[in-house]
Design a protein around this ligand. Structure first.
Ligand SMILES: Nc1ncnc2c1ncn2[C@@H]1O[C@H](COP(=O)(O)OP(=O)(O)OP(=O)(O)O)[C@@H](O)[C@H]1O
Ligand SMILES: [Mg+2]
Length: 262
């Protein structure tokens, strides 16, 4: 089992787009995949056609320890792709749990019993470094950082990598940033090329070779309630996410497959 948080405190960098489409591509390669929506915006849950305002049980109830994790799971239109949904209620969790002693460990404890049912667990994080993201980073072993290559935001990236390092030292010794993903790449602009070059110079092999190009089909995709490989299989977006999934699977041999530390 590989557990991966897709995180970047910057908004709109393609975290959700990458979680959905990478997850779907991994499922289509025969992997059992669990997607966990950790964003109160519920974008990933809406993407799969859920009416997030009428969810009876969601990650909110999991964080408050009112339900077992498996009680909230929903099947998706993709075989072997399961979703743990969220909605705006999740925003309340930070305040409700503010004084809880082991508040950083809740997610790890709640997912642990079912984690080995899956080959991949992908967590779509909110655009912040608050309690929910900390819970994600305490559970997973790997961090993928989607990066919008249309803006030079190296400072934000350094802050994020430092945060991951602090959590690694204090809460989760096995945590590693294993992949920076260049997204929304526009080869016509010097800026995209320059951003990729600078990130590669600084983070070397941590940057995936696959680049996700800017593609209007990807922007349209959420309203179809399907992943890109079903909505527009011939698009560059589908090809890029399939290539990314192959590269991710190629790293399996170099990553341990056991459970995160208790
Ligand atoms: N490769 C791409 N080509 C074109 N549009 C894209 C691409 N990737 C993402 N987008 C669009 O960019 C916007 C932001 O993407 P997304 O919602 O995945 O980002 P996010 O990091 O999850 O945002 P948030 O921080 O709000 O959760 C969306 O409108 C999405 O459709
Ligand atoms: Mg998102």
């Amino acid at each position: 089992m590989r557990s991966i948080a897709l995180t970047n405190q910057k908004g709109g960098v393609a975290k959700t787009t990458t979680t959905v489409n990478l997850g779907a591509c991994l499922s289509e390669m025969g992997k059992k995949v669990l997607l966990v929506d950790l964003d109160p915006q519920g974008n990933m849950s809406s993407w799969f056609g859920l009416d997030i305002h009428s969810l009876e049980k969601s990650m909110y109830n999991v964080f408050l320890q009112e339900v077992y994790f498996e009680e909230i799971l929903k099947d998706t239109c993709v075989h072997n792709l399961t979703l743990a949904p969220s909605n705006v209620a999740l925003a309340g969790v930070e305040r409700i749990l503010a004084n809880e002693k082991e508040r950083d460990l809740i997610l790890r404890k709640r997912i642990a019993p079912v984690a080995n049912n899956y080959d991949y667990i992908l967590l779509d994080c909110p655009p912040s470094l608050g309690l929910i993201t900390i819970n994600a980073l305490t559970f997973v072993k790997e961090v993928f950082i989607p990066l919008e290559t249309k803006v030079l935001a190296l400072n934000g990236l350094v802050t994020l990598v430092n945060t991951v390092q602090i959590i690694k030292e204090r809460l989760n010794h096995k945590l590693e940033v294993t992949g920076i993903i260049a997204c929304r790449f526009d080869s016509r602009t010097n800026l995209s090329n320059e951003v990729y070059k600078q990130v590669k110079e600084r983070f070397h092999e941590k940057v995936f070779n696959t680049i996700i190009r800017e593609n209007v089909r990807l922007a349209e995709c959420p309203i179809s309630s399907k992943p890109i490989t079903m909505y527009a299989p011939e698009s560059s977006g589908a090809k890029d996410y399939i290539a990314l999934a192959k590269e991710v699977v190629g790293l399996e041999t170099t990553r341990e497959k056991d459970m995160p530390e208790e």
